[in-house]
Design a protein around this ligand. Structure first.
Ligand code: ZN
Length: 188
């Protein structure tokens, strides 16, 4: 029953969008960046201005860097405000370089995504499986730190939809399942 409900909620209406060149470019960048991550390479060049990227302390960039965070930063910083954190104790970037707007979008996407398993809709592993489906990417590449603006917005929208659907189900405002085509009836 729980599994049936979960699949019903999760898969009842993924966005039917046509792939544009922009989306294909994002998928390409996602795969390319993921390859860098899995091989432990530095982020390479800044995706915004093409400048080299340096690994440095977050001192002077973070207001409070008592955690001694290290960042990969565009060498044109602060003229180019693109950077990404390194995983503590390693030289591994947690994602690709992002400017202020993209960093904010990734934070928001991660907050909504985290709520999917923190709220009990699904387990953490199931949430990452769901993310891979949304991103149309292998599970190993399902990480928000590598997403561009389009996929961040998509994760936010789809997460919101699941959270709102769950809220309606819990409050009894709508049937548990509303699947077009009448294949699945209301969960009882
Ligand atoms: Zn740059």
């Amino acid at each position: 029953m729980i599994i049936q409900l979960w699949f019903c909620i999760v898969f009842s209406g993924f966005p039917a969008f046509s792939r544009s060149k922009t989306i294909d470019n994002e998928v390409y960048k996602l795969k390319k960046n993921r390859k860098s991550q899995t091989t432990g390479m530095s982020p390479g060049r800044c995706p915004y201005c093409g400048s080299s990227v340096v690994l440095r302390s977050a001192d002077g960039i973070y207001k409070d860097n008592r955690a001694h965070t290290m960042l990969y930063v565009c060498s044109r910083y602060p003229a180019c405000d693109a950077y990404v954190r390194a995983i503590p104790g390693t030289r591994m970037p947690i994602g690709s370089l992002a400017n202020c707007r993209l960093r904010a979008l990734r934070r928001e996407a991660h907050q909504y995504f985290d709520r999917l398993y923190l709220s009990g809709i699904m387990s953490r592993n199931e949430a990452y499986e769901w993310l891979a489906v949304v991103l149309q990417a292998p599970l190993s590449q399902a990480h928000i730190g590598y997403l561009g603006e389009y996929y961040c917005q998509l994760v936010i929208e789809e997460s919101k939809r699941l959270l709102e659907n769950r809220h309606r189900v819990l409050t009894g405002r709508v049937p548990a399942c509303r699947v077009t085509g009448g294949e699945v009836s209301a969960a009882g």
